[in-house]
Design a protein around this ligand. Structure first.
Ligand SMILES: *Cc1c(COP(=O)(O)O)cnc(C)c1O
Length: 381
């Protein structure tokens, strides 16, 4: 008989507590099983307090939030939107929903986020022909902020709308402040694998009250104020339900503990693995605090004598979910015609990068299993 498979260890599974049940039960007990309701209002307010934004709209997903953000930035057919190439596809697809063209920009090594020097060169060149992009989507990858000050300066100077995709970076900080509040607006995600989850959902934040008001309207089919159903614009069905918002409220209460847990996971991995030849962890840039939503590292095959795929496959064989770093957008078949600026840094991080199980509920025993498998690949090379 073969040995039973060890229990599956996930990359970033949901970590749900009692408060979530209480808020969801309240929604049931009061029959607020609807889009909108008291949990939604409270979630928006509580979220504003946590990130230091003035206004927020709770939505059905982070992707929906970015779609609205771009539409409210006036992005439309033929416009260009700058997006880092190293990201999840949802940073780029909403621009295409609006028939705009994404322009992908490479990463910088010190944060793995969009390289402000390349952005500057691009803006400068485009300013000469009066052909600047409409917006820049600054992604804060894996729990770490991009170099926001540099991006804010460039976007102000060249009058490009800055939108922050902070879907992976709730709980992070940049010079003491939360991401999402530096640009014209910012978006967050509560998908099942993010640092907090509502089972699926997103948030659009901004200090511009009018922008959030327009987002709420577009998210509810763009109904005009009239007793009958009247529409002078086309909208979407993008609002968050009151049940879902209850889960989000409960999760938000334990955000601090969750970030402590993911940072502790990282510290343990680093302690156990940093001494191995060719292993380098994603750096934490001097400007802020990395949540380590996911612990990510690179393996240099020449130095290590093993490559990323050997380590990843050893994990898979032990029922451990480990994944390559995001495949860059400029290497995606769906974006094969898009313009790309640089790209070799992101391609290298994809080639050599690995994400390890990093959930806030990861147990010591589970983490030890991951470490043992990792070390074993190096010992048997
Ligand atoms: C998860 C994610 C999104 C999309 O969020 P959803 O809530 O899943 O729609 C957008 N951008 C990045 C960088 C993400 O990781």
């Amino acid at each position: 008989m073969s040995k039973p498979k060890p229990d599956r260890i996930y990359l970033s599974p949901p970590d749900i507590g009692e408060a979530e049940r209480r808020y969801v039960k309240e929604a049931f007990d009061t029959n607020w099983i609807a889009p909108l309701g008291p949990n939604v209002d409270a979630f928006e307010e509580e979220f504003c307090d946590v990130v230091g934004a003035k206004h927020a709209a709770a939505l059905s997903s982070g992707t929906a939030a970015l779609h609205l953000a771009l539409r409210l930035a006036g992005v439309g057919e033929g416009d260009e939107v700058v997006v880092p190439t190293l990201t999840f596809v949802a940073s780029a697809s909403p621009a295409v929903y609006l028939r705009a063209d994404p322009v992908f920009v490479d990463s910088e090594r010190r944060s793995w986020n969009i390289d402000p020097n390349l952005v500057e060169e691009f803006f400068k060149k485009r300013a000469e022909t009066n052909d600047l992009p409409k917006a820049l989507v600054a992604v804060h990858l894996y729990g770490q902020c991009a170099d926001i000050d540099a991006l804010v300066k460039l976007c102000n100077r060249y009058e490009v709308t800055l939108i922050e995709d902070a879907a992976e970076a709730l709980g992070a900080s940049y010079r003491g402040e939360s991401p999402g509040v530096f640009g014209r607006c910012g978006i967050f995600s509560f998908n099942g694998n993010k640092i907090i989850t509502s089972s699926g959902g997103g948030m659009l934040v901004s200090n511009d009250e009018q922008l959030i008001g327009q987002a709420r309207k577009l998210a509810t089919q763009a109904r005009d104020p009239a007793p009958h159903y009247q529409h002078s614009q086309l909208g979407y069905n993008y609002r968050m339900s009151n049940v879902v918002a209850g889960i989000g409220r409960g999760q938000l209460e334990s955000l601090t503990e969750k970030v402590e847990a993911t940072r502790a996971n990282f510290a343990t991995y680093r302690e156990a693995l940093a001494g191995l030849p060719g292993v380098q962890f994603m750096p934490e840039a001097e400007w802020g605090r990395h949540t380590r939503w996911l612990t990510t590292l690179t393996i240099d095959a020449d130095e290590a004598g093993v490559d990323r795929e050997q380590v990843r496959e050893a994990m898979v064989a032990q029922n451990i979910e480990a994944r390559p770093v995001w495949k860059p957008m400029h290497l995606q078949p769906v974006f094969e015609d898009a313009e790309v600026i640089g790209g070799s840094v992101a391609a290298d991080l994809f080639e050599r990068g690995l994400c390890l199980p990093s959930g806030s509920s990861l147990t010591d025993e589970q983490q030890q299993r991951v470490i043992d498998v990792f070390r074993q690949v190096f010992e048997t090379r």
